[in-house]
Design a protein around this ligand. Structure first.
Ligand SMILES: Cc1ncc(COP(=O)(O)O)c(C=O)c1O
Length: 382
């Protein structure tokens, strides 16, 4: 028998719920992906580049034209200048970027602080690198950083902290003030950051995303990760990028070179073309998703679920304690899928130590209006 290096990892809840949704014919509001297509001009560009013969390996660091478009977008969005050649690396998905950043830095015995609830790829990547995750719970309800808990979790072995804003699954945002506090807290320590900003353009109500890219004290020690999949409605393209200062990028590229070497070439060409021709796509994204959030929340007001409209991401948490307080959230998700035809994600799976009394499930509203209306009708009938 093989002795597993990841004994605690099984099939993820995302796979389980999507499979159950398919088997039962439930509306799939579980896994985070749109049920609509990306922009037609972007899709057309792929075909064009495939036909034009852009089908061989791209440079290891990513297509220069796409790295330049990323740098241009960062300058427009955050008013900071990054060097496309030495600071931007294109990766096959944000997931690979996170894996490579962890492996570039973490050695046996190092500790990595993650905030629970946290995205599921962080911990296995840390463990494979020989490190150990130290879980710090975000505050109950607001999902904000508990500064006392974070301070208590720091040790001489802490080598990395992983931030995620806008936050999956809660949608909570880290503010500029939070970043300032963090910078002060770790100023004298040898700690790196991953800032997982894959939902950077999904921030609502006129709030500006506080990117680590624009933080003078934090960026020098950070790997800032984003995903074209989220921003351009093409999650299956698994194309992302990481921005880090030149010395950090150089180390990350050493790992990336042997994990995957390069991203998919025609997709990179298509993204570069589209970003050059349609810089407004990114500016229009908050309003695009805010309209979906507002519609969905409006439709759910007559349900027995309780919620506050999410400030970011395309996820809405809802509290079901007025409906089935007797069920834990995994059983609630199964019940909702099987009995009511809507697949959701239980929030407890994002915790090392779930909060027993929490009664929250996550709904993805990156869906067509018709899907949102059908889902809301089912949820309101419960
Ligand atoms: C917080 C977070 N980070 C990273 C990723 C992975 O992004 P990608 O599909 O580009 O690998 C996701 C995808 O759901 C996510 O929610």
């Amino acid at each position: 028998m093989i002795s597993s290096k990841l004994p605690n990892v099984g099939t993820t809840i995302f796979t389980t719920m999507s499979q159950l949704a398919a088997q039962t014919g439930a509306l799939n509001l579980s896994q985070g992906f749109p049920d609509f297509n990306g922009p037609q001009a972007l899709l057309d560009a792929v075909g064009r580049h495939v036909s034009a013969g852009h089908n061989q390996y791209s440079p290891m660091t990513g297509l220069p034209a796409l790295r330049q478009q990323v740098a241009n977008k960062i300058a427009r969005s955050y008013g900071v200048s990054v060097d496309a050649e030495h600071e931007v690396t294109i990766t096959p998905g944000a997931t690979e970027a996170i894996f490579c950043a962890i492996h570039a830095v973490i050695r046996t015995g190092d500790e990595v602080i993650v905030f629970d609830p946290s995205y599921d790829s962080y911990e296995p990547s840390v463990e494979l690198a020989g490190g150990r995750c130290v879980h710090v719970q975000l505050t109950d309800g607001e999902f904000a950083i508990d500064w006392q808990k974070l301070t208590d979790a720091l040790s001489p072995r802490t080598r990395m902290i992983i931030l995620n804003s806008p936050h999956n699954p809660s949608g909570a945002l880290i503010s500029r003030d939070d970043l300032d506090k963090l910078a002060l807290l770790i100023a004298e320590r040898d700690i790196y950051l991953i800032s997982d900003e894959v939902y950077e353009h999904l921030v609502f109500d006129g709030v500006q995303h506080a990117s680590v890219l624009a933080h003078e004290a934090l960026y020098p020690r950070a790997f800032v990760v984003s995903s074209f999949g989220k921003t351009y409605h093409v999650t299956g393209w698994k194309t992302g990028y990481v921005v880090a200062p030149p010395a950090l990028s150089a180390e990350l590229r050493k790992v990336h070179q042997y994990v995957n070497f390069c991203g998919v070439t025609p997709l990179q060409w298509a993204l570069a073309d589209f970003m050059a021709a349609h810089p407004e796509h990114v500016e229009e994204l908050p309003a695009f998703y805010q309209a979906k959030r507002d519609l969905f929340c409006e439709l759910l007001t007559s349900s027995r679920f309780q919620f506050k409209p999410t400030p970011g991401t395309y996820f809405q948490l809802v509290d079901y304690s007025q409906i089935r307080p007797d069920l834990n959230d995994v059983d609630m998700s199964l019940w909702l899928t099987r009995e009511h035809g809507v697949a959701t994600i239980p929030v407890s799976v994002f915790y090392q130590q779930p909060i027993p009394e929490q009664r929250l499930v996550r709904l993805c509203f990156a869906k067509r209006e018709e899907t949102l209306r059908q889902a809301a009708e089912k949820l309101c009938a419960i």
